[in-house]
Design a protein around this ligand. Structure first.
Ligand code: BES
Ligand code: ZN
Ligand code: ZN
Length: 502
């Protein structure tokens, strides 16, 4: 499993002169973007005429292809709609870069050039943000999961050329590449079928990633889990012949007073529901139940490469949830690492069980903050569909930090309340708590059950069940695993680092 690597380089060549298979330029509703106008001089005004004749109206993500006709260095020009000038923001730009890159690929382009647009309307983000977003959009948009195709697609982009006179943009281009590649890593892991990535191999993948970027990665087995008293994780794993793994990735910043952030991702490599088995219809999609864990692996990769001044612990409890002969049963009681007992009412509510043991571990390691990220409930899809993830936690400031980090990278998190009264719903007759709180407020009680295991640590929970997987093709999120959360988690680490350094 190797993340697709595109060559990405910077060039000072003038837009009209650059030699490429395709040149991607923008058009606003109001008319050509500055780089487009620049090449249009050499093209005798044809781009403007296309716009004037309504062949392209400048709506977001429209495209029209024009030929260079030997008058410019590029063989093709891809005109991409950007929307109204004042509405263009970095998210629109990511989308436009993705749309342009994909249109160029459809035409067989291998080397694609992107002059950077000059300004973004609504936001004063400056050139750095533009360079980064352009690269992110193009790389994420070109992603394909084709490991199991015996004939890979012939049309493939091999090189992106970022056109800018400013050498200072190199670091922002690099940042965009690191974040996009880490997101593609998470997509690759979440897209893997269950038989190809059981917990053992997810552990191997995390180790390989760690070796590549210089992160310490430890992968623990069942004997270790027994010593740690991780009865909740072990209970879930019982129904499968595939052994569980507990993956710990450690990034040390070297800053002497660095606080510790723990990122904990649900690594359920296949969720059949266990004895409380799911319906057959759509069950294949539950290979994506490791998307939270995948997001943590991706985020750790980017963090190791970007080196923010904060220590970060990445934790992925990994298991299958199957109804084997030794499987845990409804009514069983398990004990988590902190000694709390849980009555397992529904074996399909397994995410909170494996995460309970993982957050106990994170708290013991001395984390100042714990963020867990999980495809936890179907209920969150009922609440927010596929347009936002849910966030809740025990600290409003941390929830706000996450929402801000998300806003900065183009990922939405909507807050849910954690009223004391909800606790009534998961009280157990015979154990400390039960693992389900009924249908009402299902996303909230699921998250709050995890919160029962963090002690006093500042904690937030992200339910990404509606965001981790998309049946719809979106500009920079091709169908399937989206890698949602990776860029937010990295941004959060950076924000917490900045907020705590003197
Ligand atoms: N992995 C599922 C949640 C899920 C649903 C993820 C749809 C992605 C798409 C989780 O383990 C689960 O089965 N949750 C149950 C909880 C219920 C039994 C209380 C659910 O949401 O139905
Ligand atoms: Zn489940
Ligand atoms: Zn699950």
């Amino acid at each position: 499993m190797e993340v697709m690597r595109l060559r990405i380089s910077l060039s000072k060549t003038a837009t009209a002169a650059v030699e490429a298979d395709a040149l991607v330029v923008g058009v606003f509703k109001e008319g050509l973007e500055e780089s487009a106008a620049e090449v249009d001089g050499a093209l005798g005004g044809w781009l403007k005429r296309l716009a004037d004749h309504g062949e392209i109206k400048g709506e977001s993500n429209e495209t029209v292809i024009y030929h260079g006709e030997g008058r410019i260095g590029a063989r093709l020009v891809v005109l991409v709609g950007l929307g109204a000038r004042e509405d263009v923001n970095l998210e629109r730009l990511r989308e436009a870069a993705a749309t342009g890159a994909r249109a160029a690929r459809d035409k067989g382009a291998r080397r694609v050039a992107f002059p950077l647009i000059r300004t973004v309307g609504g936001e004063d983000t400056g050139k750095a943000g533009i360079a980064q977003a352009t690269v992110e959009g193009a790389v994420l948009g070109l992603y394909r999961f084709e490991e199991f195709k015996s004939k890979p697609e012939e049309k493939r982009v091999e090189e992106l050329l970022i056109l800018t006179p400013d050498e200072g943009m190199a670091q922002h281009v690099e940042r965009g590449r690191i974040l996009a590649e880490a997101t593609c890593r998470a997509r690759d892991l979440a897209n893997q079928p269950g038989n190809r990535l059981p917990p053992r191999l997810l552990g191997d993948a995390a180790s390989a990633m760690g070796a590549a970027v210089g992160l310490e990665v430890r992968v623990y087995d069942e004997r270790w889990m027994e010593k740690e008293g991780m009865g909740a994780l072990l209970g879930v794993a019982r129904g499968s012949a595939e052994p569980p793994r507990f993956i710990v990735m450690r990034y040390s910043s070297g800053r002497s007073d660095a606080p510790l952030l723990a990122l904990v991702g649900k690594g359920l490599t296949f969720d059949s529901g266990g004895i409380s088995i799911k319906p057959a219809q759509g069950m294949e999609e539950m290979k994506m139940d490791k998307a939270g864990g995948a997001a943590v692996v991706g985020a750790m990769e980017a963090i190791a490469r970007l080196r923010p001044p904060i220590d970060v612990l990445g934790i992925v409890p990994a298991s299958e949830n199957l109804p084997g002969g030794r499987a845990q049963k409804p009514g069983d009681v398990v004990k988590a690492g902190n000694g709390k007992t849980i009555e397992v009412i529904n074996t399909d509510a397994e995410g909170r069980l494996i995460l309970a043991d993982a957050v106990v571990y994170a708290a013991r390691e001395g984390a100042r903050w714990i963020i867990d990220i999980a495809t936890l409930t179907g209920a969150v899809i009922i609440a927010l569909g596929h347009e936002a993830a849910a966030v809740l936690g025990n600290d409003d400031d941390l929830v706000e930090e996450l929402r801000t980090a998300g806003r900065e990278v183009g990922e939405r998190y909507w807050p849910l309340p954690t009223y004391e009264e909800f606790k009534e719903q998961y009280k157990s007759q015979i154990a400390d708590i039960k693992n389900v709180g009924g249908r009402a407020a299902g996303t909230i009680t699921a998250g709050m059950i995890i919160g029962e295991f963090v002690g006093d640590t500042l904690w937030a929970h992200l339910d990404i069940a509606g965001m981790a997987w998309d049946e719809k093709d979106r500009p920079y999120k091709p169908k399937g695993a989206t890698g949602f959360g990776v860029r937010t988690l990295v941004r959060l680490a950076e924000r917490l680092a900045a907020g705590t350094s003197s």
